[in-house]
Design a binder for this molecule. Structure first.
Ligand code: ZN
Length: 311
C-alpha cells in the first residue's frame, strides 16, 4: 500500500457515514494534486478533506476519527489487505526504524500470535512501550508479498491496558520433501553495522554500502508436502545441526575452493530429496526453524526437482 493509498483509505473511511466515496476516488484526487500540481502530501490531504467536508455539508468536528466500532480482531485472523480493525495486543519487540518516515516499528503479540506493526512520523502518535499492552483502535491491515502487518495512523486510538496480554505461541510444524535451497543460502556475509544484519550482495549492504562482512550460515529451503510448499529458514545453529557443517569448517571449505558457493552446493547435495519435519514460529510466509527432524530415506530427487521447477 503506498502512502497515498493509506491516506485515501483513511479519508474514505472517515467520510463513510456521510458520503458515498471510495478509496480509489480519493486516491485519484490526491494523486492529481501530488503528481500534477506538486502539492505536498499533507497539504493535498487537507485540501481533499476540506472539499469532502463541503460536499457533505459538515464540520470537521463532526467527522469521526475514522470508524470506531471496527471489528475486534485477533492478529492471526488478519488475512486481508486494507481492513480497518481494532486489536488488543502487547508490544513484544521494538525495532530500529530504517527511515525517518517511520516513528516506530516492531512486533505486536496477542493470544493468537505475533504481527509486525508500523507507525509513521506524520501520524504524530504517542510512543508505544515494549512490554506494555494496549487497545489499538482503528489500525489498517497491510499485505506485502503474502506477509501481513498493521499500520497505526493518525486516526488510531491508543489505550494502555492494565492487563498483561499473554502472547500466544504461534509456532507451527510443516513437513515435506526438501525440494529446493534458495540462493543466499550456505556461507553468507552479513552487514556488521549495529542492528543491520542484512545479507551482503557482492560485499555490499543495500543500506550501508561496501562493508567488511561477518560470516554466517543460513539455509532458505523449500519443503513440499504434496499440496503446498513451505519456505523455511534455518539460522546458523539450525544449519549446523541439519548439515553437520560448522561455520569454521564452511569457511575452510570456501577458502580451499576459493569460492563461497561451494558450501551451498555441498548442503544442497546433502539435503535435497529428503523428508523433514520442521517446527518453529512463523514470520510472514516463513517458518523459522527451531526444531528439525529427518523423516525418511531420500526420494527421487530428480523427480522432485522437476516438480519444484514447474511450480
Ligand atoms: Zn547494513
Amino acid at each position: 500500500m503506498t502512502d497515498l493509498r493509506t491516506h485515501a483509505a483513511e479519508i474514505a473511511e472517515q467520510f463513510s457515514d456521510h458520503l458515498d466515496v471510495s478509496a480509489d476516488e480519493v486516491e485519484e484526487r490526491l494523486e492529481s494534486l501530488v503528481s500534477e500540481y506538486r502539492v505536498p502530501v499533507d497539504e493535498a490531504r487537507r485540501s481533499v478533506v476540506n472539499s469532502y467536508l463541503d460536499e457533505a455539508g459538515i464540520d470537521r468536528d463532526e467527522l469521526g476519527g475514522g470508524a470506531g466500532g471496527n471489528e475486534q480482531t485477533l492478529l492471526n485472523d488478519i488475512d486481508e489487505d486494507e481492513q480497518w480493525v481494532d486489536v488488543r495486543a502487547k508490544v513484544v519487540e521494538l525495532w530500529e526504524p530504517r527511515s525517518d518516515a517511520i516513528a516506530q516499528v516492531g512486533l505486536l503479540g496477542d493470544e493468537s500470535g505475533r504481527m509486525k506493526f508500523v507507525s509513521f512520523t506524520t501520524s504524530e502518535l504517542p510512543e508505544l512501550e515494549e512490554g506494555t499492552s494496549y487497545a489499538l483502535g482503528n489500525v489498517v491491515t497491510d499485505e506485502y508479498q503474502g506477509n501481513f502487518s498493521v499500520k497505526l495512523n493518525r486516526t488510531t486510538s491508543i489505550t494502555e491496558l492494565d492487563e498483561d496480554i499473554e502472547v500466544g505461541d504461534d509456532s507451527t510444524s510443516v513437513e515435506g520433501a526438501l525440494v529446493d535451497i534458495q540462493s543466499g543460502s550456505g556461507l553468507i556475509k552479513r552487514c556488521p553495522e549495529e542492528g543491520c544484519t542484512r545479507v551482503l550482495q557482492n560485499g555490499r549492504c543495500s543500506e550501508h554500502g561496501n562493508v567488511e562482512g561477518e560470516f554466517d550460515l543460513r539455509i532458505k529451503a523449500v519443503l513440499d508436502d504434496g499440496d503446498e510448499v513451505h519456505e523455511v529458514i534455518f539460522n546458523r545453529e539450525m544449519t549446523e545441526e541439519l548439515t553437520g557443517i560448522e561455520l569454521d569448517e564452511a569457511k575452510q571449505m570456501a577458502m580451499d575452493a576459493l569460492d563461497t558457493t561451494i558450501v551451498e552446493e555441498e548442503m544442497r547435495g546433502d539435503l535435497v530429496g529428503y523428508y523433514y519435519r520442521v517446527t518453529g514460529p512463523t514470520l510472514g510466509r516463513y517458518v523459522l526453524a527451531n526444531e528439525v527432524e529427518r523423516l525418511s530415506d531420500p526420494t527421487d530427487a530428480e523427480e522432485l526437482l522437476v516438480k519444484a521447477r514447474s511450480m
